[in-house]
Every structure is written in structure tokens, then in C-alpha cells.
Design a protein around this ligand. Structure first.
Ligand SMILES: O=c1ccn([C@@H]2O[C@H](COP(=O)(O)OP(=O)(O)O[C@H]3O[C@@H]([C@H](O)CO)[C@H](O)[C@H]3O)[C@@H](O)[C@H]2O)c(=O)[nH]1
Length: 393
């Protein structure tokens, strides 16, 4: 146990984690008049969405993060904090349509019927599409995909990418994350997202998250866990946790996570407006390369800078980026049990929000929605006094 914040004012709330969920919870609590202190285990704020700068070029050390939402409140909030540059994300994919192809086709992702019609593989694909069931399968990810796009397209675009990304076969994963992420495009719509608002700020997400936390005291490099709860309970009236709960509870290994490692290189020989790859994100679904995608953020930031940064994304790192969506939901259930155990060890209410603490495969806008909801729950539910403290000065 250690002393975390002896001078917290009455009614103060501790927020664990300074990614989207923690930053929006802290910002909203401040707006509602509650004192807040944020504790972040990393040496910098921003979580996995954080952008960084390499030799003057904005890049994303934890993979591509395009901000998209149809929630007007979330759009308004991020706009107020500098997320004002509109962006329209279109993804390419390198598809080997036959096992013995030596060079790939550079096609759209998600697969587009209009493009596929022009290729020799189309008659086989067309015959498979004609046999699709009326309602998609819900057995697992593989069956879901085959039921919406047929086996050939599944094998070309999804099977190997999914095995690389998750370290498991599609049949071992839940279908539930696929709607909205995996589809066959028959309407010719080329953008990846269908949300009302889509942004990519010129300097990446980091300055936006920093702006949300501008009025909030933050301690970086402070890894909090259950052993700190007694001390936190003495100084704060509520705790908001956005950290992964197996780590927070000191029980690593109870939840299954998939980590990714981005290998980023600065390439000096590109002029201020030049880029090295054909698109911001180029998916590499084949097992012929060990990475899943190539990312060049300069396409999205529109930054004018000498040189560019290209990243290759390798799944399987020892980090907590993605909850693994198994069909039996065993890890979601364990996460609920961890929540209960953590609450039992605290004298003040503990709230959970964000992708890591809720163990759910959500996008950035949903993490913000959860952060705002958590802050309102805290403000509505927790007393302004903490146990043993006096309400009046
Ligand atoms: O070529 C592909 C691409 C994807 N899959 C399968 O879909 C899963 C989800 O992929 P995606 O939503 O692209 O991945 P992620 O959650 O990392 O999304 C982030 O990336 C960007 C953007 O989508 C990049 O273009 C977005 O901002 C973030 O949400 C994947 O795991 C595969 O199972 C596939 O099979 N083949």
C-alpha cells in the first residue's frame, strides 16, 4: 500500500487510466463540478489511440485509429477539443485470388462485388453467393462469414488475416464482432465506415486527449491496482477504473488478450506531400507475410512534412490491445467476476468503463460514451463526502 493523494479535496474522484474512456470520464466529472485526479500507468497519456511524432512525422505506434461516430454529443465533444479535420477512410487489401498467384491484386476492403465481377474468380464466387442462407449463421466467425460472402471470399480476405490477428481459427471466434467490421459490399459504397462523422486530426489523437485533460491533475507512471484501493478509498469518494481488470486485480492470465506490435520506420526520401504506400491502411490477409497490415498515417493526417513513416502491424505481442471474442463468452463472465471482487475490496463505489475494463471490442466513440455515462453515474450516485471525512470544512 502507498499514499496516493493525501490532499484530495472533498468529493474527489480517482480515475485510473488516461485513454479515451478515462479522459472523457475525468473531463465530464470536472464539468459536473467534481474534483478529479487521473492516474496513468504509462509515462504518457492517451492510451492505445495515442499518436506520436517521429522526425517531424505524425504516426500511430499502436495501429490505425480513425475517429468515427454517429453520436452528436460525442462528435461535439471531440470537435470542441480539436478533432475538426474531416476524413473519409478507404482501405485497400492485397488479395491472392489463387494459391499459385505470384503477385496479389490490390482490391478494396471490404470486398466489393463490382470489382470482383471483373475478375476470373467471379463465376465461382457468384455460384457461392447464390447458395447463401437467408439469415447469416451465428455459430462462429467462420460460419458467419461464409454465410454472408461464400467460402472463396472468406478464404481470400478473412481466413488467414483472422488467424494471424487472433492466433485462433475463425471457427474458434464469436461471430458477434463481425457486423460493422466484416461484410461484402453490394451497394458500391467504398468508404469503410458509415457513421455520420469521421475525423482524422492533423496531429493525431494525442492533442485531443491532452485537451480533454487540460484542467485535470494527472499522475503518469502510476500503476494502480487492488492493493491501492484501501488508500484510494480514504482519499476519494469514488474510483473509475479503465485499466484491464486481470492486471488491476493482480491476477494476470485470467483474461485472454491479443496484443499487436507496430514496427515503424521513418523513410526520409519522400517530399512534403509524398507518401510511400497506396493507402493509409493496406491489409495483408495472406500468410505469405507475418504482419496483418501496412499503415502510413501521413495519408490521413494530410501533414506536410519531409519524409514519411510506414508501420507494419504484427499481432501476438505480450500486451493487452484486444479482448479475444470467444463464442462461449467465458472471458466476459470472468471479467464480471473480477468487477465484483474489485468492488468487494473497496470502501467507496468503483465504476468501470472503456474497452479494457469492460473487456469489450468497442471503438473509440463507444469508449467516450462509456466514460461520459460513468462520470454521470458517479456524480448521481456517490456522496460528496468520503468515509470518515467531514462534509463541511
Ligand atoms: O482484411 C481484413 C480485415 C479485417 N479482417 C477481420 O476483421 C477484424 C476486424 O478488423 P478491423 O476492424 O479493421 O480492425 P481493428 O479492430 O484493429 O480496427 C481498427 O483499425 C482501424 C481501421 O479499421 C483500419 O482500416 C479502425 O479505426 C480501428 O477500429 C480482424 O480482426 C479480422 O478478423 C479480416 O479478416 N480481413
Amino acid at each position: 500500500m502507498r499514499t496516493v493523494h493525501r490532499s484530495a479535496p472533498p468529493g474527489a474522484v480517482a480515475v485510473i487510466g488516461a485513454g479515451w474512456a478515462g479522459a472523457s470520464a475525468a473531463h465530464e466529472l470536472r464539468r459536473l463540478g467534481r474534483p478529479v485526479h487521473v492516474f496513468e500507468s504509462a509515462p504518457v497519456i492517451g492510451g492505445h489511440s495515442r499518436s506520436e511524432v517521429l522526425r517531424g512525422v505524425v504516426y500511430e505506434p499502436n495501429g490505425p485509429h480513425i475517429f468515427h461516430t454517429s453520436n452528436p454529443e460525442v462528435a461535439r465533444l471531440v470537435r470542441q477539443h480539436g478533432m475538426t479535420r474531416s476524413y473519409r477512410h478507404q482501405v485497400l487489401t492485397e488479395a491472392y485470388l489463387h494459391e499459385d498467384d505470384e503477385t496479389p491484386h490490390l482490391l478494396s476492403w471490404p470486398p466489393q462485388v463490382a470489382e470482383l465481377r471483373e475478375l476470373p474468380v467471379w463465376p465461382r464466387v457468384e455460384a457461392e453467393l447464390a447458395r447463401r442462407p437467408r439469415t447469416p449463421s451465428r455459430a462462429n466467425l467462420e460460419d458467419y462469414c461464409i454465410s454472408i460472402m461464400g467460402r472463396t471470399l472468406y478464404e481470400v480476405f478473412v481466413r488467414d488475416y483472422t488467424e494471424k490477428q487472433w492466433g485462433r481459427k475463425g471457427a474458434e471466434l464469436s461471430w458477434e464482432f463481425a457486423p460493422g467490421r466484416l461484410e461484402l459490399r453490394e451497394d458500391g459504397y467504398r468508404r469503410l465506415f458509415r457513421d455520420t462523422w469521421e475525423f482524422f486530426p492533423s496531429h493525431g489523437a494525442a492533442p485531443v486527449i491532452e485537451s480533454l485533460l487540460a484542467d485535470v491533475p494527472v499522475t503518469v507512471g502510476a500503476r494502480m491496482g487492488v492493493t491501492d484501493l484501501a488508500d484510494l478509498s480514504r482519499h476519494y469518494t469514488a474510483v473509475v477504473v479503465t485499466a484491464p481488470l486481470d492486471e488491476f486485480a493482480g491476477r494476470p492470465g485470467e483474461l485472454a488478450w491479443r496484443g499487436v506490435r507496430s514496427e515503424s520506420r521513418y523513410l526520409p526520401d519522400y517530399g512534403t506531400a509524398a507518401t510511400a504506400t497506396p493507402a493509409y491502411v493496406v491489409n495483408r490477409p495472406s500468410h505469405r507475410v507475418p504482419y496483418t497490415r501496412t499503415v502510413e498515417t501521413k495519408h490521413a493526417s494530410g501533414q506536410h512534412a519531409q519524409g514519411t513513416v510506414v508501420s507494419h502491424e504484427y499481432p501476438g505481442a505480450d500486451s493487452r490491445h484486444y479482448p479475444v471474442p470467444t463464442p462461449d463468452r467465458r472471458y466476459e463472465l470472468r471479467n464480471e467476476a473480477l468487477k465484483k471482487d474489485i468492488r468487494d475490496l473497496s470502501l467507496v463505489p468503483v465504476h468501470f468503463c472503456g474497452r479494457l475494463a469492460t473487456y469489450s471490442y468497442i471503438n473509440q466513440d463507444r469508449a467516450i460514451e462509456q466514460g461520459l455515462a460513468c462520470a454521470r453515474e458517479v456524480a448521481a450516485g456517490s456522496a460528496v463526502t468520503r468515509p470518515g471525512a467531514s462534509a463541511s470544512p
